[in-house]
Ligand binder design. Structure first.
Ligand code: TXA
Ligand code: MG
Length: 349
């Protein structure tokens, strides 16, 4: 398949927006930029188009897709019994990194929702993408644009690596600002429940919606056969090819332990990666050392995390050791992604 590339940085480029929207209207697959990660979009009401998303990603069919809309006025087209809290949250946080799970209307195919009677709704904070959705006139089902299991894509180049030749178009809207996926909150239960930590911190949500329960799958490894409420949380995710191990503890000790592990692996002839921060970068003399950002500015770490994991795939390292981070605010999402990427392999020192 020929993949068309659109460099699209402004809503003034009406011609490209119309062409991109046309791909969606005709049932094609289009990678779209958002503020969190790139999405692999298709008309969410068209079962065949949606099936093609699952095929291109190699994604299990029971893992539901979320629908992207240009504003909250589209909610009632696809959702039933929308609670007041949904409008309050949309008013405060949309467009932005928040996905709300609501009861679906019959027009939303079960193919899109992985067989569930609920649907995730999101309004992305990317003007070009909202303009494309608006012009297409359809809600856009879009999972993250990575091949299933790989780290998510935060640049159009990452999407090219995973999807070139498999989809109809890629919209290059620049690097994603936030860098981790949206926060998912289920509003079909009382109290509302956090299903996936993401770009919008839980504390900000609670300010508007009151107390929110946290799903077990957010903080703990599920037991064999246990079903999380967000089906996607049960799959190994965000994983680089190499074995990743997280090292947790007081910083000086973490640096020392990682340096010892690196030395050991190098002696075995292995290629070793280290994930650290700007603050500690100079303290690692050996291995492929990459800083994810400033520990003091967690948004820089969220922004760079997936790109660093993908870079280690390109380098073909055998193993990676990573510093760990505070779980406050955006740190909850950062540590959730890192822990999953590590397959819960954590060394406490
Ligand atoms: O930031 C994001 O949310 C990105 C961008 C592209 O918008 N999208 C994204 O989609 O991360 P995806 O498919 O990679 O992750 C969506 C997660 C999956 O874990 C899925 O199981 C869960 O949301 N999910 C979707 N619909 C659901 C529903 N009705 N009930 C419970 N969980 C749902
Ligand atoms: Mg994903």
């Amino acid at each position: 398949m020929e993949t068309k590339w659109f460099t699209l940085r402004t809503v003034e480029d009406k011609e490209s927006i119309a062409q991109a929207a046309d791909i969606l209207r005709r049932g094609g697959l289009l990678a779209i930029p958002t503020e969190t990660v790139y999405g692999l979009g298709a008309n969410g009401l068209d079962e065949t188009a949606v099936l093609h998303i699952f095929e291109a990603k190699g994604r299990p069919q029971d893992n539901p897709l979320i629908l992207h809309i240009p504003d909250a006025s589209w909610l009632t087209r696809y959702c039933e019994d929308v609670p007041d809290a949904a409008y309050k949250l949309a008013e405060r946080f949309w467009p932005g990194p928040l996905t709300m799970i609501l009861k679906k209307k019959p027009c939303v195919p079960l193919r899109t929702t992985g067989g569930l009677e609920t649907v995730g709704m999101r309004c992305p904070d990317h003007a070009v993408t909202r303009a494309i959705i608006e012009a297409s006139g359809v809600p856009v089902a879009a999972p993250s644009a990575n091949t299933s299991g790989r780290p998510s894509c935060t640049t159009a180049e990452h999407v090219r690596e995973d999807m070139w030749g498999k989809i109809d178009g890629i919209v290059d809207g620049g690097p994603c600002q936030v860098g981790v996926e949206s926060t998912i909150i289920d509003l079909t239960c009382e109290p509302p429940r956090l299903l996936r930590p993401g770009g919008l911190p839980l504390e900000a949500l609670e300010d508007v919606a009151g107390p929110i329960a946290v799903d077990r799958a957010v903080t703990q490894q599920l037991k064999e056969g246990e079903q999380p409420k967000a089906p996607g949380m049960k799959y190994r995710h965000y994983a680089p090819h190499a074995d990743l191990q997280l090292v947790e503890g007081e910083t000086d000790r973490v640096v020392e332990v990682i340096n010892n592990l690196v030395k050991e692996k190098l002696a075995e002839g292995k290629m070793v990666g280290v994930i650290c921060t700007d603050e500690t970068r100079v303290r690692y003399p050996q291995g492929e050392v990459r800083s994810v950002g400033l520990r003091a500015k967690e948004e820089t770490i969220a922004h760079n995390l997936f790109a660093v994991l993908r870079e280690f795939d390109d380098l073909n390292v055998d193993c990676i050791y990573s510093e760990s981070f505070s779980k406050d605010h955006l740190g909850q999402a950062i540590m959730n992604r890192l822990t999953k990427a590590a397959g819960y392999h954590i060394l406490n020192v």
